[in-house]
Write a protein that binds this ligand. Structure first.
Ligand SMILES: Cc1cc2nc3c(=O)[nH]c(=O)nc-3n(C[C@H](O)[C@H](O)[C@H](O)COP(=O)(O)OP(=O)(O)OC[C@H]3O[C@@H](n4cnc5c(N)ncnc54)[C@H](O)[C@@H]3O)c2cc1C
Length: 594
């Protein structure tokens, strides 16, 4: 009987034919077979791993993008956050995810006063994010972690990157608060800034004011110019807002930036103004708006996103009337950057888990990491993860330079931000999904990290502008703000340092594609062009980092991006030797456990 089963040495049942085939594809698989552990020991669990220590490249990159004294100062904080993210924060996030917020309409004495009940786990995460780690304050004032200056963007995003490895949802309110503060300081009347800034920058949850952005309406999502919420001027200089907002994350925020159309203002984006909406009026009474209901979401289930009806709510004009869209774009760009960083963080978590599983799970008598096909799959999720990380640092640096007024830096930031948001958020969907498969059946079970990563990662490419809209924004930046030329200069300067001349031709081709996609009749090419620019930019950044740090693994990654994403390939061709195995590829796949 050919189908006679054999008891595999690893304890698996396998047909003779199957065993023979596996032996052929993975020579030595039977000979080297060792008994697999049984029961719980057979199921690897990385819980308790320090996610900062598990990823030594993060500290290496910090040393390239941040001054040495600051790196030394931040290390213990990164270490603590890495430990939290690998255990306590992860547990809190899991519990909060299972206990979504509830909208309460009245107090127990029957007073009409809305509130949102949040699980204590979520509250504790708020304390960590806003309080202990000061994530919303650290860019805007000195004193966080005892550092005598505001921290540079790269430091903020390293911490965000670590935090996002355990929790994505809460980082929306964090980023909203940070971005609202930035936009308020940039455009609002100094008296308005002075009034609200101390609470926005507080690390004490009792005094902290959190931020939000209420822009989307039922008839105005991507098409912001269709905004219909109406603003009426009052004689005392304040405004009253009327109408519905359809998606309002951090719905009970103390302060929200709202786009509205003053009465008599023209149609389209030119007629929009930006308003600051406090939850509580100047006289201490609740402001005149209601949360109609909370959304039942696929991911970020612990963070309250609601629908809001403005019923003559008191608000303050921010900046110039009619400049609302431009000013709101500033806030959106900042939160798009944060979104890209969070997607990069979620990919890193997915990869760390997948590497851990691959090193500790056994099948057919071997550890999964020894199986060539598994190694290849791991590399396929590792490459976009590292691309996103390099893009995070590159964009953070451009932000710091732009804020310092360096010539050309703003144009560079203007294109890097949507590139990161567009591509990293999309890649996170695939990377987290493929990483889930590495864990096998357990990966699909809600008590492991992967399901939440998969659910949350899908949101990154929808909110703050869908992929289409963000790819079109890359083209807009290229067309209107000289951003393509700024990117070309940046990459040329990096190539001069890294010596990776092989990127010259792909850069020229990606630029030519972008030129076509920039024209109105080329809109259908926007995503291809944005992807091409992203791959050239990240290959260049990886090579630059590799050269600067003497890290050959980063040069290897740069070449993988070049070969797989930028050069013409025959999908039916056999892979060449270099890709089958080399020491650098092996170094990328090391066990993340201590
Ligand atoms: C959980 C969650 C929380 C959110 N929180 C907030 C918030 O706090 N504040 C806020 O203001 N908004 C928020 N949003 C709204 C979000 O930003 C919008 O849903 C998003 O921008 C898309 O708008 P829309 O839903 O109206 O879709 P639409 O604009 O109707 O888009 C539908 C589809 O059409 C495509 N499309 C539209 N225009 C074009 C074009 N020119 N070319 C090609 N394709 C196009 C889009 O890419 C999309 O695929 C949130 C959304 C979600 C899901």
């Amino acid at each position: 009987m050919w189908r006679a089963n054999v008891i595999h040495p690893a304890g698996m049942m396998a047909g003779r034919k199957e065993a023979a085939m596996l032996e052929k594809l993975n020579p030595g698989i039977i000979a080297r077979a060792e008994p697999a552990p049984i029961g719980a020991e057979a199921v690897p669990d990385a819980r308790g791993i320090n996610l900062f220590r598990a990823d030594p490249m993060l500290a290496r990159l910090m040393s390239l993008y941040l001054p040495a004294d600051l790196v030394a100062h931040l290390r213990p904080h990164c270490d603590r956050l890495g430990a939290l993210a690998g255990e306590r924060l992860d547990d809190l996030a899991t519990t909060a995810d299972r206990n979504p917020p509830r909208l309460i309409h009245r107090t127990r004495t029957g007073e009409d006063r809305q509130s949102i009940e949040k699980h204590p786990s979520y509250r504790e995460m708020e304390r960590l994010a806003f309080g202990e780690f000061g994530l919303a304050a650290l860019s805007h004032r000195e004193g966080v972690f005892g550092w005598p200056h505001p921290l540079p963007a790269a430091a903020k995003y390293v911490l965000t990157y670590l935090f996002a490895q355990a929790e994505f949802g809460l980082l929306c309110p964090v980023s909203m608060t940070d971005s609202l503060t930035r936009t308020l300081r940039k455009f609002a009347d100094p008296a308005l800034v002075e009034r609200f800034l101390p609470r926005l920058l507080s690390q004490d949850l009792d005094t902290l004011a959190q931020g939000a952005m209420f822009m989307t309406e039922q008839g105005a999502g991507s098409d912001v110019g269709a905004t219909s919420v109406r603003a009426a001027a009052e004689s005392d200089g304040t405004w009253r807002l009327f109408g519905d907002k359809w998606f309002c994350s951090n719905a009970d925020a103390d302060l929200a930036m709202v786009l509205a159309r003053p009465e008599g203002a023209p149609a389209g984006t030119k007629g929009l103004s930006l308003f600051l909406l406090p939850r509580t009026r100047g006289d201490g009474a609740p402001n005149a708006y209601r949360i109609l209901r909370l959304k039942d979401k696929l991911g970020t289930r612990d963070m309250a996103s609601g629908e809001i009806r403005l019923e003559g709510a008191e608000a303050y004009l921010v900046g110039e009337p009619g400049a609302g869209f431009r000013q709101m774009t500033d806030m959106i760009n900042n939160s798009r950057l944060s979104n890209g960083v969070r997607s990069a963080g979620m990919m890193r978590r997915a990869v760390t888990e997948a590497l851990f599983v691959a090193h500790h799970r056994r099948a057919f008598g071997r550890r999964l990491i020894e199986l060539p096909l598994m190694r290849r799959q791991l590399l396929k999720i590792l490459v976009p993860t590292e691309q996103a990380r390099s893009m995070m640092f590159t964009t953070a640096e451009a932000l710091s330079r732009a804020d310092a007024g360096e010539e050309g830096a703003y144009a560079l930031l203007r294109i890097l931000t949507p590139l990161l948001k567009f591509r990293a958020c999309r890649d996170a969907r695939r990377v987290t999904g493929d990483a889930m498969e590495v864990r096998g059946g357990a990966g699909y079970i809600e008590e492991w990290p992967e399901p939440r990563l998969v659910r949350d990662s899908h949101l990154g490419s929808i909110w703050e502008g869908t992929s289409n809209i963000v790819a079109l924004d890359v083209m807009r930046a290229a067309r209107r703000e000289g951003a393509l030329a700024a990117l070309q200069r940046h990459i040329a300067a990096q190539m001069a340092q890294s010596g990776m001349d092989a990127l010259r031709d792909p850069l020229a081709r990606a630029s030519a594609l972008t030129e076509r996609a920039m024209a109105p009749e080329g809109a259908h090419l926007a995503r291809s062009a944005a992807s091409a620019l992203y791959h050239v930019t990240t290959a260049s950044a990886l090579a630059f980092e590799g050269a600067a740090l003497g890290e050959t693994t980063r040069l290897t990654l740069a070449h993988l991006v070049l070969r797989h994403r930028l050069l013409p390939r025959d999908p039916l061709a056999e892979e060449d030797e270099v890709e089958r195995e080399n020491a650098d590829l092996a170094a990328l796949l090391v066990d993340p456990s201590p």
